[in-house]
Design a protein around this ligand. Sequence first.
Ligand SMILES: [Mg+2]
Length: 284
Amino acid sequence: MAYGMPSSESVRAPEAGARLPSRVEPGALARRLARWSGLFLFLDYDGTLAEIAPTPEEAVTAPGAVGALRRLIGAPGVAVAVVSGRPLAELTGRLPLSGLWLVGEHGAWVRYPDGRSQPLLEAGNVGAALDELERRAALVLGGRPGWRVERKTAGLALHYRQVAPEEAARLLPRIQDLWLRPMAVAGLEVVHGHKVLEVRPRMIDKGRAVKWLLDQRPGLRPVYLGDDTADEDAFAAVAERGGLGVLVARNSRPSEARLRLSEPAEVVRFLTALVAERTGQIHP
Ligand SMILES: [Mg+2]
């Protein structure tokens, strides 16, 4: 294998048990969940509740999503959480809903339904290592346009959606080579997302966060909707807890999720149908 293949890299590719999820209609999925006595609904944000945009700032919550979530939060026997790689403050601004659980930075932070927030899993002190990764990325990128390092409290994201694919293919391995040693020393790992490299502490992933939230609300059965590699841990976690994973993707691909919706607009149709099923209210 190439010298540069980082050993501390964790490509959250679906595991051997992964298979192609079955296509499901939004209404059919809602009817299926109507029969569950208690439901904990987990949703990723980017690519699930919002279409992927050229930059994270430009992403917009899908029309109708906030209203449907507000009504679901009030439904009997339902808890709702949004689980994202974004920092909590960004999620709070995009989803101004009381009663919603929020998980930020892949599980490093949680905001309770009453608005309190706390570190969810101990990330350790990774600040100096993240500084070093930023410095090393800058050595390779040298101010090239299109690349963006987003610093978070317990990780960082290297966005390259606006970079030509050939340039990304050429420079990403060099950056990852330079990151290898400081990441290993600090216990950090890389997860490949849609045109983004996410660096985060090994201890943190969405699957652990989902299990922690389920432990706070025993008796609820989980459903998790997500679109990206980082969601695979959560799909596996809900399967382990007797729940259901739903991949949001226009094209099928192997996943730990068992079902598939095609896009955020379909997620909104599912949420709206679920409101009707669980509250008896029909909203246009
Ligand atoms: Mg996503």
